[in-house]
Design a protein around this ligand. Structure first.
Ligand SMILES: Cc1cc2nc3c(=O)[nH]c(=O)nc-3n(C[C@H](O)[C@H](O)[C@H](O)COP(=O)(O)OP(=O)(O)OC[C@H]3O[C@@H](n4cnc5c(N)ncnc54)[C@H](O)[C@@H]3O)c2cc1C
Length: 392
């Protein structure tokens, strides 16, 4: 029996990668190193996150109560285009991607988290994993966790062709400090999960903690998402930033090009209920096209795919983060007791893989059904973005 700590390299230092690092260290007693491509501040790609049991559980392991990092909602409101609404009591906790990231980043020492580290090469030999990064840095480990998201480089190396596929609609988003918005607008949106739907588009909004994690009134942020059916051929013009750079899966604030933003504002004027129209007009926009990655085989020798790298679910299930956390937590439990130099607990790992695949398939079908019920991603449904162009 070899008692040296097992060395695990984790590729991708977002929420899934952090969960894997913490849990592999805690429950499998591994020596972990996270390699993250971003050089500076991480971009909040998820923005608002609906609190789920797997997220609450993980936070609790590191001494954080879900209530302390969430905004508490009281009700759900369904808006009509006229502004009329239907409401029902629905208590719920809402947090944010950066709140979770900062909370989970704290317990991990800086020496375990290397930024500006884009993996470009991965190979396995006799139970050793060798990786190389864009800056030329090379290292090896006994196990590798691929948590590098929807356009995973690890997945393309390990699985081959498994590119993300555009789902037929784009998520336009906003995340504004409540203090930067008119008081009356915030009053209409606070304490509730507000929804609007018309075939081919759907919009929702809720408040989340401020960028410093504060949940106090006045310090929170207003988070909204507006899904709009958009033909594939229009994607290029939407994903080309003001700087001329073309983005794959995320156009950050400040980069949404002027023409696309103007078109969206026009769509807001003609289609949205007054409160949502005002919110869109007052917000700095950012964009995520909705993409599908079909469920992948997760185990490849001494490498495992988790989170979005292993397959995506549509955002309507509000479970992308909790799925990544459960992948990480259960993988760490599975590797508990395994030491470097010994054979992998292959039966337990296959059991982990089957369980996670089945959960992913369940959530994935549910997300596609939820989207289709609003005509999202359905070619025969109204295509507001294309229509808007013809009207322009
Ligand atoms: C519109 C929209 C709304 C959403 N809303 C919600 C929601 O309400 N609730 C929820 O739970 N989820 C939501 N999600 C999903 C959620 O954002 C993701 O499921 C979650 O972030 C997945 O985490 P991850 O760690 O697997 O991947 P990611 O968060 O994508 O992280 C991947 C990381 O890997 C890094 N990376 C990539 N390539 C490399 C490389 N070659 N080398 C090193 N590092 C690399 C990236 O920089 C990134 O930091 C939403 C997604 C979308 C598109």
């Amino acid at each position: 029996m070899n008692n040296e700590n097992t060395r695990v390299a984790i590729i991708g230092g977002s929420v899934g990668g952090l969960a894997a690092a913490l849990e592999l260290r805690r429950s499998a007693k591994a020596e972990v190193a996270v390699y993250e491509r971003s050089a500076g501040q991480m971009q909040a790609r998820g923005a608002g996150v609906v609190m789920q049991p797997d997220v609450e559980w993980l936070l609790a392991q590191y001494g954080t109560k879900a209530e302390d990092v969430s905004v508490q909602l009281k009700e759900r409101i369904q808006l009509e285009q006229s502004g009329q609404s239907f409401r029902q009591r629905a208590p719920q906790l809402m947090t944010a991607w950066d709140t979770l990231y900062n909370t989970l980043r704290k317990p991990l020492q800086d020496s375990c988290y290397r930024q500006d580290s884009e993996l470009v090469e991965l190979r396995q030999e006799d139970g050793n994993i060798f990786v190389r990064f864009l800056d030329g840095y090379e290292t090896s480990s006994d196990f590798l966790v691929a948590a590098d998201g929807v356009n995973s480089t690890c997945r393309s190396i390990l699985v081959g062709k498994a590119a993300a596929d555009y789902a037929g609609y784009v998520a336009w988003r906003g995340l504004e400090n409540e203090n930067n918005l008119p008081v009356n607008l915030v009053r209409q949106l606070a304490d509730r999960f507000t929804h609007f739907y018309t075939p081919g588009m759907q919009m929702l909004c809720y408040l989340v903690p401020g960028s410093d994690g504060s949940t106090q009134e006045g310090q929170r942020r207003v988070n909204w998402v507006w899904y709009v059916n958009t033909p594939r051929h229009s994607l290029n013009e939407i994903l080309t930033g003001e700087s001329g750079r073309t983005y794959k899966s995320f156009v950050p604030k400040g980069e949404v090009n002027y023409d696309a933003a103007q078109r969206l504002r026009k769509l807001a004027n003609t289609h949205l209920p007054p409160v949502f129209k005002e919110l869109v007009l007052q917000s700095e926009l950012f964009i995520q096209p909705v993409q599908d990655v079909a469920s992948q085989s997760r185990l490849h020798g001494h490498c495992a795919l988790i989170g979005d790298a292993a397959g995506t679910v549509r955002p309507h299930t509000a479970s992308g983060t909790s799925k990544a956390f459960a992948d990480a937590t259960l993988l760490a439990m599975t590797l508990n007791g395994w030491n470097r130099g010994n054979p992998l607990p292959i039966d337990r790992l296959h059991c982990w893989e089957r369980q996670r695949q089945s959960e992913l398939n369940r959530l994935s079908s549910m997300g596609i059904q939820l989207a289709a019920s609003s005509g999202l991603g359905v070619v025969a449904a109204p295509q507001p973005w294309a229509l808007n162009k013809n009207e322009a």
